[in-house]
Each structure stands twice: as C-alpha cells, then as structure tokens.
Design a protein around this ligand. Structure first.
Ligand code: ATP
Length: 288
C-alpha cells in the first residue's frame, strides 16, 4: 500500500509553558502543504519491521520514527503475531527542517497499518497512537488547517486556507527540535503570539489579519543566519507572510499570485538546494 504523506507549516507556533506532566503546552495553527514523502507499507512473512529509504541521511531500523510508529501501533492494537512489514520511504520533505517530515512518515505508517490489519481505528484512536510518537504526528494524521494545542494532540479543525501558494526554503543548517525547546526554556523573555486574533483570522478567512498575526516564537531564540536574506527575497516577490516553520530552519512564504511564488522560488534556487513551490492542501495522508 502506497501512501503520500504531506509536510506542514506553522501559521502560528507558541509555547505557553509546561503542562503538569512536564510536556510543553503548545498553541499552533498548522497547515498541510503539497510537499509529500511517498511511503509504501507492505506485509511480509515473520515479525520484523524493516525500514528502507532512498536517502542515506534518514536513519533506518528502530531509530526511524516510522519504525516507532509501527511498534506503537502493534502494541496498542494488541497485535502480537504476523507483524512482519516493510516500509519504503521515498523522501521529498526536507529533513530536520521544521516541516514534520518524520511525523508525516509516522502518520503514513499508522494510517496504512490500520488498513492492512483491518483494525478500523477512529481518527482519535490513531491520533492517540501518534501522540506517543511525536507532537506533530496527530496533526499529520488529521491534515488540512487546524488549531492544535496541549501537546499537539488536541486538534480543532479550521476552514481551509484557499487561493494561495507557498514557497519552502531550507537553508543548509539542521535544527534539532530538542535543543530548540531547550533554548526556548532558557530564554529570559518571550513575546508571545496573539493566538486569539490568529484563530479569529483563520476562522473567518480574514487573510489580511492572518498575515499580520502569523507568528512563530522560535524565531526569537533560534538563530538562522540566512533567515533575513530569505525573508527579504520572499518580501521582494510580494510574499504576504515570510516566517520560519516549526523550530526551523525552513522559512516559508505565502503568496496570493502564483507567478510571484514561482519567481521567488526561482531566485531562491540560485542560492539554496532545498526550495519547494507548493500549495495548502486538505489531506495529509492519502492512498495513491
Ligand atoms: P518537526 O517539525 O516535527 O519538529 P522536523 O521537520 O524538524 O520535525 P524531521 O524531518 O522529522 O524534523 O527529522 C528530525 C530528525 O528525526 C532527523 O534528523 C532524523 O535523524 C530523525 N528521523 C527519524 N525518522 C525519520 C524520518 N522518517 N524522516 C526524517 N527524519 C527522521
């Protein structure tokens, strides 16, 4: 079974503090975008979970998040026999980029295993498995446009973002999500986002207000030397938003006019190898 799994961008990302269990309390508006990994999941004889990828930078074996997702799926569904599967990941989503590429692969595995093993899990049940794997996995199973809070697993769908184009640009620097949260924890002062206005704006399709209030608090602590330049190129080509996604370093631009987005992507490609022109999309995991 072949599944395409979408990347996400954060139109809003704030960390409000700590929950009683020690996890970070998040306030995020996530948007799926049409940049996809292709994940093929097939059953095999025996009980081994085998992960194959076309990108040698992606870890294999139990260090791959797709492996952890499969293990968690089998654990929670009580499947103990005939657990043999192969997962082939064709990587297109830039890695360690703030685009939830690994989470997308994990979501694709949970989605595919539910079909292959005919477990008929509800979306909340799948998200419950996903949340144990990573904060972005529940959204990667849900997709579209959504407000995600708590640890990322409390998801309120929002109306789809329409009629715009997105350019992703990852500068040649990896950001570890764990160290990004550590830097945020150690920061003396954080200017929090205006989540209420952002939710209002997306809910009421108020594009202008959304562009004004889009915010990612990680920009205050994660240094990406290339970010001002990438944002300047995006603004030059009339981007209405130019913001970092997740804990970075990817910067995305949102454009109303396709030609502007195309010209922006072309110019960025002269300096960066990981530039993707895409669009908001409503499905994050889909059988192809
Ligand atoms: P997020 O936005 O959810 O924080 P990210 O986009 O910043 O995630 P990922 O691309 O998910 O980051 O990868 C983070 C790290 O996870 C990588 O450096 C890699 O070592 C590890 N990893 C494990 N499994 C995968 C996978 N299937 N795809 C990509 N990275 C993976």
């Amino acid at each position: 079974m072949k599944v395409k799994a979408a990347a996400k961008i954060n139109l809003l990302l704030d960390v409000l503090g700590r929950l009683p269990d020690g996890y970070h309390a998040l306030s995020m508006i996530m948007q799926s975008v049409s940049c996809y990994d292709l994940v093929e999941v097939d059953r095999t004889d025996g009980d081994n979970i085998i992960i194959l990828t076309d990108d040698e930078a992606v870890p294999t074996g139990d260090r791959n998040i797709a492996y952890k997702a499969a293990e968690q799926f089998f654990k929670e569904t009580g499947i103990t026999k005939n657990r043999g599967i192969t997962v082939k990941i064709e990587k297109h989503i830039p890695m360690a980029a703030g685009l939830a590429g690994g989470s997308a692969d994990a979501a694709a595995v949970i989605f595919a295993l539910d079909r292959l093993y005919e477990t008929n899990l509800s979306l909340p049940e799948k998200c419950g498995i996903g949340e144990k794997i990573g904060a972005d996995v529940p959204f990667s199973l849900t997709g579209g446009t959504a407000y995600c809070s708590d640890k990322g697993g409390v998801i309120a769908p929002l109306p789809p973002l329409k009629d715009c184009f997105v350019v992703l640009c990852k500068p040649g620097q990896d950001v570890s999500t764990v160290s990004a949260y550590k830097q945020l924890d150690e920061a003396e002062y954080i200017r929090h986002a205006d989540s209420v206005s952002m939710i209002y704006a997306v809910k009421n399709a108020d594009y202008e207000l959304m562009c004004k209030k889009a915010c990612n608090v990680f920009e205050q602590v994660i240094e990406v030397p290339q970010r001002p330049y990438i944002k300047a190129v995006m603004k030059k080509h009339k981007a209405d938003i130019a913001l970092m996604s997740g804990s970075g370093p990817t910067v995305y631009g949102v454009f109303k006019i396709k030609e502007d987005a195309e010209k922006c992507a072309q110019e960025l490609m002269e300096s960066y190898s990981q530039v993707v022109l895409c669009e908001p999309c409503e499905k994050s995991v889909e059988i192809i």
